[in-house]
Design a protein around this ligand. Structure first.
Ligand SMILES: [Zn+2]
Length: 537
């Protein structure tokens, strides 16, 4: 590559990256390019959505809309309780950054953005799907023939390589290969000619941190020194390879490109499950079905089942049980454990397996819903960890106090913010208490709300940036390319990153329709297995 890159926008996503890990890695010399970038660029915390899941967060990043506007909240589309349809790139309302660029005649190259299948059919650019691609056999590139081109590159190509569910050292080694493989593909796309937008995501930090938090973070009380001796050098190599990519994007900034290095959410440790439905039951808002109490006595002891679920469903047990067997086991145990609730007697419940949220039952009449919400919030905020006497959550909030937008009805009624507290929400009822310690061997990393932003480029002065939100990235990238910002975006242009004094141009809201993507049963199973493999479920 050579020449002037002025007017081009580059977004590099590091899924789940947090300054809590990256700064020490930069200081220790593992990420020398990042150390340099921190001196040259504007950097700060980037607020994600609530709860900070990858799926809604990448939708917010690409559409400039909050979940109340784009309608995605979880890995599944909102629907009737019990009904689950996996999210696709077509589930979210709102034109995406690359579509807007394409509409304006710009050339956009998009590589490995999570939840971007099926591929956007760009007129001028190219598109390669990432995590949530339902298997290698589907068409995950645009144009379609690009897939064969990428596979023919040295190192080959796979859209969702972590779906294989490798564990331990094999998994870490895989991240090393995948980061390079993706960069080879990205370089190949950029060689196709002039371009305007490059948007690529390195997924590795997210699953690495889910699995190895207590190895990566020496301040974690459960820090595992023995395991660190064994795998920390390999883990550092993953970040070193991320740093190579950062170095490449810095070189683009030096040639005039506007570069943002961002994460979809932050990360931190967690040690305990917090059983939302148990709290709601104790508050008299949830009633379980009588016959469900018999489940645990049928052969499998609750203790054994919970031990299994902990290791299988929440973490995945390192190397000892083959993935396929584990998934099968997890599914059967999961269904044995799912305690049906008595819907008629219940007023509020937690449902989605991964969501830190509470639904108010649909049968609760309008005039009673405020009171039910108030009671549920009081119960959740009043819950104390019996081990410490401390609150378990920072806050529980009604959805309308967090978000607004035309899709607000699709997201749960009450959202929970754990802040920096070391808990993760669970909807299971098969627990005697409201919290339960999890085994340190699982790694114990979970998403937190504040990720990273680091901007580099012409006119960007070194220093900090405050108050940036993931919904600001799309408007900011549009402005960097000289394009107007559609009025229906919730985010704002981070104007302090621009020294040229250009005014922000706005345009009419871009029309967009959501549509269903019917994954086949096999494809849906492949995606769910992938989520389990990387520790999301
Ligand atoms: Zn993520």
């Amino acid at each position: 590559m050579s020449g002037d890159l002025s007017g081009k926008a580059v977004v590099l996503g590091l899924d789940g990256a947090t300054w809590d890990l990256l700064r020490p890695l930069a200081e220790r010399g593992v990420m020398p390019n990042l150390a340099r970038a921190l001196e040259q660029g504007r950097h700060g915390r980037l607020q994600s959505c609530l709860p900070p899941y990858s799926s809604p967060a990448w939708m917010s990043i690409s559409t400039g809309k909050n979940p109340g506007s784009h309608g995605i909240f979880d890995f599944w589309e909102a629907g009737a309780p019990g009904e689950k349809r996996l999210v696709s790139s077509r589930s979210a309302r709102g034109r995406k950054l690359w579509e807007l660029a394409d509409d304006a005649g710009k050339v956009a190259h998009v590589v490995a953005v999570p939840v971007s299948y099926p591929p956007a059919q760009l007129e001028h650019g190219t598109f390669v799907c990432g995590m949530f691609t339902p298997g290698e056999s589907v068409d995950y590139t645009w144009p379609h023939e690009l897939k064969a081109e990428l596979k023919a590159l040295p190192g080959g190509y796979e859209a969702d390589p972590y779906a294989q569910g490798l564990e331990g050292r094999a998994f870490i080694e895989q991240t090393h290969a995948v980061i390079r493989q993706q960069e080879v593909a990205t370089g190949h796309l950029l060689e196709k000619g002039d371009w305007d937008l490059l948007f690529s995501v390195i997924q590795a930090p997210d699953p690495i941190q889910h699995k190895f938090w207590n190895v990566l973070d020496p301040t974690d009380p459960r820090y595992d020194a023995e395991r660190a001796r064994e795998v920390l050098p390999m883990l550092e190599e993953t970040y070193r390879r991320c740093d190579e990519v950062i170095g490449d994007r810095m070189a683009m900034a030096e040639r005039g490109a506007f570069v943002m290095i961002v994460s979809d959410h932050g990360f931190g440790r967690y040690e305990k499950n917090f059983y939302l439905n148990k709290v709601l039951e104790d508050a008299g808002l949830l009633v379980r079905e009588q016959k469900a109490k018999q489940v645990a006595t049928r052969g499998l002891s609750t203790r054994r089942v919970i031990d299994f679920v902990r290791r299988i469903d929440v973490f995945g047990i390192e190397g000892r049980v083959p993935t396929r067997y584990r998934e099968k086991l997890a599914r059967s145990i999961d269904s044995a454990l799912s305690t049906p609730i008595d819907r008629a007697g219940t007023k509020a419940y937690a449902a989605a397996r991964s969501a830190e949220s509470v639904f108010i039952e649909t049968h609760v009449p309008a005039e009673e819903r405020d009171e039910v919400a108030r009671r549920a919030i009081a119960a959740l905020e009043g819950a104390r960890d019996p081990d410490t006497g401390e609150p378990i959550i920072d806050a529980a909030m009604r959805r309308e106090d967090v978000y607004d937008g035309v899709e607000l009805e699709r997201i749960p009624d009450i959202l929970i913010d754990f802040g920096e507290r070391p808990y993760v929400a669970s909807d299971r009822l098969a627990s005697s208490g409201i919290v339960e310690q999890l085994p340190a061997a699982g790694g114990g990393g979970r998403h937190r709300r504040y990720g990273i932003i680091l901007a580099l480029g012409p006119g960007i002065t070194p220093g900090e940036i405050e108050g940036a939100n993931i919904v600001d990235l799309a408007p900011t990238a549009l402005h960097a390319m000289g394009l107007p910002v559609p009025q229906d975006m919730d985010g704002k242009v981070l104007i302090e990153l621009f020294a040229d004094g250009r005014e922000v141009q706005t345009s009419e809201a871009a029309s967009s329709e959501t549509s269903e993507v019917a994954y086949s049963d096999e494809e849906a199973a492949a995606i769910e297995a992938s989520l389990k493999g990387i520790g999301y479920l």
